[in-house]
Design a protein around this ligand. Structure first.
Ligand SMILES: C[S@@+](CC[C@H](N)C(=O)[O-])C[C@H]1O[C@@H](n2cnc3c(N)ncnc32)[C@H](O)[C@@H]1O
Length: 163
């Protein structure tokens, strides 16, 4: 598969899982977190999916287009390892959905990130939060949710915490 095909499939899976997560979030209140705003494509989709919720974006730096930038309260700039576990006062309440798009194609690097990211997420997530993630995160108490049609196993991941 070409890298372009692989990218397109990963992005299609991301959108399908975010849309599936939105259906599951009925009755699960709380803000939305986008980890790694990057160019802001996912953030923009989350804002459209959740017009009645606050959406917070995290990144080391801002590179999103001006039209999709969060306001200063909803854009948390800095190393996520530090900023995410300390963000509950800014969030106001525990998050209902966390989307993780950190990491890369390097499985070893992703595992290292997962080692600090999973507990950082638990520090700010509801006990029944939905997690959409580009790589598997090592939660002790979580279930894998069924993938929607069109998403091959292993391409993108959908969890619900059972803390
Ligand atoms: C693949 S990009 C995200 C793309 C994004 N979903 C979009 O729609 O454009 C990953 C982003 O995560 C950020 N990032 C990666 N590791 C980080 C860390 N430890 N702390 C803060 N930001 C991080 C990078 O700066 C980059 O912007």
């Amino acid at each position: 598969m070409s890298r372009l095909d692989s990218f397109i499939r990963r992005m299609s899976a991301q959108r399908l899982l975010l849309d599936a997560a939105a259906e599951r979030l009925v009755g699960i209140d709380g803000p939305i977190i986008d980890l790694g705003i990057g160019a802001g494509r996912t953030y923009d989709h989350l804002v459209a999916l959740f017009p009645d919720r606050e959406v917070f974006a995290f990144d080391n730096f801002v590179q999103a287009a001006v039209g999709v930038l969060p306001d200063a309260h909803h854009m948390v700039i800095g190393e996520i390892r530090d900023t995410l576990p300390a963000s509950l006062p800014r969030l106001g309440r525990r998050a209902a959905l966390i989307h993780n798009d950190l990491g890369s194609a390097d499985a070893v690097g992703n595992a290292a990130i997962g080692g600090w990211l999973a507990p950082a997420i638990l520090a700010v997530a509801r006990p029944d939060a939905i997690i959409v993630t580009s790589f598997v995160l090592p939660f002790d108490k979580a279930v894998s949710l069924p993938l929607p049609d069109g998403v091959a196993p292993g391409r993108y991941h959908l969890f619900q915490l059972t803390v």
